[in-house]
Design a protein around this ligand. Structure first.
Ligand code: SAM
Length: 226
C-alpha cells in the first residue's frame, strides 16, 4: 500500500514535470545564445532544434569527452549537440566551442534525455565513441547501451537516421551485439573495424590513447528501418 502510494506520487510528479516542460517549450523561442547558456535541467521539452539547424542535419554525441567531434562539426551541413557528465570535460569543451553557433554541449546524461530534448523524427545520427565499458562483472548492469535504449531513441531518429557506436572493449562489443540483435525489426545492424574517417569523424582523445596502447576497435552502425 505504502509502495503504491509512493509510486503514484512519483508518477504524478513525473507527469507534472513533463507537462511543465511542454508548456515552457511552447513559449521558449530558441536562439543560439539562449541554448548555449541554458542548463541541461532547464532545456525545454522538446527543444526546437530545427529552428537552429535551418535545414542542416542534427547530430547528437553522447560522452563528448574533450570535444573533438563537436569541434570537427561541419557548420554548413550539421548542428551537433554533445552531452558529457564529467564536469571537467564539459567545462573544457564549453570553452573550446564558445564562439561556435553550430555546436552545443550540456552537462548531463545523453542516454536519459533524448526523449525529452528532441522532437520525433529529428535526429540524423547519434554518435557514441568509446563509452565507459563498465568492465567489472558486477557493474555490467550499468551499461546504458541496451535494447531499451535503442527502442527509446527509435522515434526520435529521422527515417534514415543512425546510431554509431565504437568501442575498444571486446566484452562490451559482445554485449552491444547481443542488444542490437534484439532490435533488428527496427534497425539494420552493420559492424566492423572502426576507422574514424570512414564516418567523417576525427580521432578523439580516447581513440588516440587506445591507439597508443595498441588496442583494436569495433563499430556498430544501427540504421533505422522504416
Ligand atoms: C572513455 S570516454 C570517451 C570520450 C570521447 N567520446 C572520446 O572518444 O574521447 C567516455 C565519456 O563518456 C562520458 N559519459 C559517461 N556516461 C555518460 C552519460 N550518461 N552521458 C554523457 N556522457 C557520459 C564520460 O564522462 C567520458 O567522458
Amino acid at each position: 500500500m505504502k509502495r503504491n502510494w509512493w509510486l503514484l506520487k512519483k508518477t504524478s510528479r513525473d507527469v507534472f514535470k513533463r507537462i511543465t516542460k511542454r508548456i515552457q517549450s511552447f513559449f521558449f523561442r530558441p536562439t543560439v545564445e539562449k541554448l548555449k547558456n541554458i542548463e541541461y535541467q532547464k532545456l525545454p521539452s522538446p527543444v526546437n532544434w530545427s529552428a537552429i539547424a535551418q535545414g542542416r542535419s542534427l547530430q547528437v554525441e553522447i560522452g563528448s569527452g574533450h570535444g573533438e567531434v563537436l569541434l570537427a562539426n561541419d557548420s554548413a551541413r550539421s548542428v551537433t549537440v554533445g552531452y558529457e557528465i564529467k564536469a571537467r570535460f564539459y567545462l573544457l569543451t564549453k570553452r573550446k566551442i564558445r564562439k561556435r553557433s553550430d555546436v552545443f554541449v550540456y552537462k548531463g546524461s545523453g542516454y536519459e534525455s533524448l526523449d525529452l530534448h528532441y522532437a520525433p523524427d529529428s535526429i540524423s545520427r547519434i554518435v557514441i565513441l568509446f563509452p565507459d565499458p563498465w568492465h567489472k562483472k558486477k557493474h555490467a548492469k550499468r551499461r546504458p547501451i541496451t535494447k531499451e535504449f535503442f527502442e527509446k531513441v527509435y522515434p526520435y531518429l529521422k527515417s534514415n537516421g543512425e546510431i554509431l557506436i565504437a568501442t575498444d572493449w571486446d566484452d562490451y562489443s559482445k554485449f552491444i551485439a547481443s542488444q542490437a540483435n534484439e532490435v533488428t525489426t527496427k534497425y539494420s545492424v552493420e559492424d566492423g573495424v572502426y576507422e574514424a574517417p570512414k564516418f567523417g569523424l576525427p580521432i578523439t582523445h580516447f581513440h588516440q590513447k587506445w591507439i597508443r596502447k595498441g588496442r583494436s576497435f569495433q563499430y556498430f552502425l544501427l540504421k533505422k528501418r522504416t
